[in-house]
Design a protein around this ligand. Structure first.
Ligand code: SAM
Ligand code: SF4
Length: 457
């Protein structure tokens, strides 16, 4: 078993006696961009002194800046079905909750996609509950076909990441054939006894099958996988070390670890009370674990959803987050229902801003909002993506594409204020591109957008 629970517990126990000097040594190591061991990470997780925490944030920010620059990728979730055979104690879709279940028809999928396209989205995360009968793999494959083929006057959705239950190698192959981006699956908790407690009489209550889902996905050729822990179920320190062990396992077996790690934090949902969960993670701890993860796996994207408030998201962007969702609704048919004045959620959302509002805030904080989907369409997935990221060359494709997709957004969706903010950012960022050839390509692509061309990368 590649999650060595005993080792994690021993490391955490030993780290309790770590001194400020021990922590300082690990911070220095991270600052020199040296790889951190599990022991180092366990020590860092003990950090409590304010000046050391500030140093942690500063190093995390520097690493983020070196690797991701000031780009922030945007996406939105699309919930297609809330049928679920599981009884996860934390989730509003649990079969224990009695409400009228819904899955979108293909016409409804089109309608949701059109609304998301009208907001300017190019990248979605498809979400569904687990129900082999009411939400089969064939249904998910039909949804993918429908999403990719639904065009509005400005084009279509260019990348669909998929967050569905753990499944078989054959099913992952089918998803791969449909051209999915990342396959996302949250382990919820790596702590086995807690996992078993949280999943009752459920199909999902097979810790080992859930844990090995990425092995099957990789075997099927899906080489971008996105992990996550539902923070609030078990000890967050344990979870961070377990995430690292899982990542190492994939690196050793398949040559590439997680493409992304998501940081969902438990939110109030139908049928559960937050007070019933003894490991809720407070804001300070949450910030620390995001920053420590940034130090531990510098090249893995960190995703923050709208479960978090605008203030928390803004702060975490400084310490490591590289992708955020925007304008999200977490109910099936949620976008149409919202337009019609109804709301149906999986859990409560903390950031209710529209994508335009999110973009304005990002730009005014000096970030380049990016709708880029070029990598996987150019075959830069798995270890090919990672080696480009590790070489530092990724800037040369990401920044031009971020600027080009921002320009596209301004032209197709921007209001007056956003256009003026965005144009100013684009001109100053283009001038910062250090290679003449790349600066010229970017300028040419932006000029081509003005003549009516789209989707240039
Ligand atoms: N049904 C699939 C599964 O469970 O893996 C995937 C989709 S599920 C809609 C996506 C994720 O929502 C779950 O993996 C869980 O971590 C998260 N989630 C469920 N209830 C939540 C809550 N109350 N607060 C925050 N996130 C929650
Ligand atoms: Fe179903 Fe996923 Fe919710 Fe569990 S987390 S009840 S599997 S939708």
């Amino acid at each position: 078993m590649f999650i060595n629970q005993e080792l994690i517990e021993t490391l955490l126990k030993e780290a309790k006696s770590a001194t400020d000097n021990d922590i300082q040594i690990v911070l220095d190591k991270a600052n020199k961009r040296e790889k951190l061991s599990y022991k180092d990470i366990a020590i860092l997780l003990q950090i409590n002194d304010e000046s050391q925490i500030n140093r942690l944030y500063q190093i995390a920010g520097d690493i983020k800046n070196d690797i991701y620059g000031n780009r922030v990728v945007l996406f939105a979730p699309l919930y297609v079905s809330n049928y679920c055979v599981n009884e996860c104690t934390y989730c509003g879709f649990s079969k224990c909750n009695k409400f009228k279940r819904k899955k979108l028809t293909m016409d409804e999928v089109k309608e949701e996609v059109r609304i998301l396209e009208k907001m300017g989205h190019k990248r979605l995360a498809l979400e569904a509950g687990e129900d082999p009968k009411n939400c089969s793999i064939d249904y998910i494959l039909d949804c993918l076909d429908t999403i990719y083929s639904t065009y509005n006057e400005n084009g279509n959705i260019r990348r669909v990441n998929v967050n569905i239950a753990a499944t078989t190698v054959d099913n992952y192959k089918k998803l791969k054939e449909k051209g999915i981006g990342t396959y996302i699956l949250f382990q919820e908790t790596y702590h086995k006894p807690t996992f078993i407690k949280c999943h009752g009489q459920s199909v999902k209550n097979d810790y080992y099958y859930h844990l090995t889902a990425f092995d099957r996905a990789m075997e099927a050729g899906v080489d971008d996988v996105g992990a996550g822990v539902l923070f609030g179920l078990s000890d967050p320190k344990f979870e961070v070390l377990a995430l690292m062990m899982h990542n190492t396992h994939l690196e050793e077996e398949f040559g590439v670890g997680f493409h992304t790690i998501s940081f969902p934090r438990l939110k109030k949902a139908e049928g559960m009370q937050l007070e019933d969960f003894p490991h809720l993670v407070d804001d300070d701890m949450f910030k620390k674990i995001v920053a420590i993860t940034r130090l531990a796996v510098p090249f893995t994207g960190i995703i923050m959803s709208t479960r978090e408030s605008c203030e928390m998201r803004n702060e975490l962007l400084k310490y490591g987050v590289s992708q955020v969702s925007a304008g999200s609704l977490t109910g099936v048919g949620g976008y149409k229902a919202y337009e019609d004045g109804e709301v149906t959620d999986q859990f409560e959302v903390g950031d209710h801003r529209t994508p335009i509002e999110v973009l304005k805030e990002l730009i005014s904080s000096g970030y380049i909002p990016s709708y880029c989907t070029a990598c996987y369409r150019k075959g830069r997935t798995g270890d090919r993506f990672m080696s480009l990221a590790k070489s530092g060359e990724i800037h040369h494709v990401c920044t031009p594409n971020a600027l080009t997709t921002l320009k596209e957004f301004l032209m197709d969706y921007g209001d007056e204020e956003l256009i003026s903010m965005g144009e100013e950012l684009i001109s100053s960022e283009i001038n910062k591109i250090d290679r003449d050839d790349i600066r010229n390509i970017t300028k040419n692509n932006i000029a081509a957008l003005e003549t009516g061309q789209r989707d240039l990368y």
